[in-house]
Design a protein around this ligand. Structure first.
Ligand SMILES: [Mg+2]
Length: 346
């Protein structure tokens, strides 16, 4: 699916309290009370349960066990450079390490986000949905692990209990044949490989490629020119932090998530993400949420069914989990409808 971004006029940006989007209907009293009770029953602290209940909706998800597809970087987990904390150090939230590289902590989430995510993984099929390669994904430590399903390499790999699904790999190979070959794009990027603003040129799982750059030193016009060059070849460009991704347009997170939804006979699909590569995932979901930072925020990407967090950085990540959990718990009534068993594998 190649859904186009939907742009609507900016509302009161920078508001400090929900709701932030026209569809973001505040909960009525019973919905808030219901979600609060369910969050407390799930073991969340009163403070965190209150945070979830603040995003309760009168109308929750419908159908069977919901599927929640979540991007990782700058959506669920944050590098130290991406934390974006604005409070004095002595008021910073407790953080937990979500990734270790070479023995050093690399990515984090707040403890409250981790607590809420643990509940979310229990009441929904939580599908980590990332542009990371399989190797990069394997380093991530978030609740629900090992996740029964995960999408890596921007949809290139569907992991079932951590193992690549060969059927999906064959399907992706057919899809990739519709775009220009990887080698052609890599050769194009190689032209700038020795420029002082380029740190690395990488190929991900033999499916797409990216540059690691020095932000602020990239020549004006390079990314637009690259985007146009790629568009003529069936590829898309996304800038995320210090990486400039070139990805075949046929390689999408949403296609892999639809396959997981089919295999699990899922109810509503919810999604969260921050980059242009997440736009089609958010567009295809019944409901979505994006943070008030990142590529989508910088381009003011909006859709009627996608909420925008009031906070940014790692606190925005915490709010994303609160909103997703509230959506799921809003449908749970007195809690008896919650299915806490893991989904059946297909
Ligand atoms: Mg991201």
């Amino acid at each position: 699916m190649t859904a186009q971004p939907v742009h609507v006029a900016l509302g009161s940006e920078g508001a400090t309290s929900a709701p932030t989007t026209p569809n973001d209907r505040p909960a009525d009293g019973p919905a808030g009370a219901r979600v609060l009770a369910a969050a407390l029953a799930a073991g969340l602290s009163p403070r965190v349960a209150d945070q979830v209940a603040a995003f309760a909706r009168a109308e929750g998800v419908t159908g069977g066990r919901p599927l929640v597809a979540c991007d990782l970087d700058r959506t669920l987990v944050y590098s130290s450079a991406a934390l974006g904390l604005t409070v004095p150090d002595d008021q910073a939230p407790p953080l937990v390490v979500a990734e270790v590289l070479h023995g050093e902590p690399l990515s984090f989430q707040t403890r409250a986000a981790q607590d809420m995510l643990a509940v979310l993984a229990d009441v929904a099929t939580l599908v980590p949905t990332t542009t990371r390669t399989r190797t990069q994904y394997a380093r991530i430590r978030i609740p629900g692990r090992p996740h029964p399903y995960a999408v890596t390499t921007n949809g290139g790999h569907l992991l079932v209990d951590g193992v690549t699904c060969p059927d999906w790999a064959r399907h992706v190979a057919d899809e990739l044949a519709q775009a220009a070959p990887l080698a052609e794009v890599v050769a194009h990027l190689t032209r700038v490989r020795d420029e002082p603003w380029v740190r690395k040129l990488r190929v991900a799982d033999e499916m797409f490629t990216y540059l690691v750059i020095e932000r602020g030193q990239v020549p004006v016009g390079y990314v637009p020119d690259l985007t146009a060059w790629c568009a003529h070849r069936g590829w898309t460009v996304s800038v995320q932090g210090r990486k400039v991704y070139c990805v075949p347009a046929t390689l999408t997170k949403s296609a892999a998530v639809r396959e997981v939804a089919r295999r699990t006979d899922a109810g509503d699909v919810l999604a969260a993400g921050d980059s242009l590569l997440d736009a089609e995932l958010l567009s295809s979901a019944v409901r979505g949420v994006r943070p008030a930072h990142g590529e989508l925020h910088e381009t003011d990407w909006r859709a009627p069914h996608v909420a925008v967090t009031t906070r940014s950085g790692v606190m925005g990540g915490e709010e994303i989990v609160a909103r997703l959990l509230a959506d799921v718990l809003s449908a749970s009534g007195d809690g008896t409808r919650l299915e806490t068993r893991p989904p059946a594998r297909a």
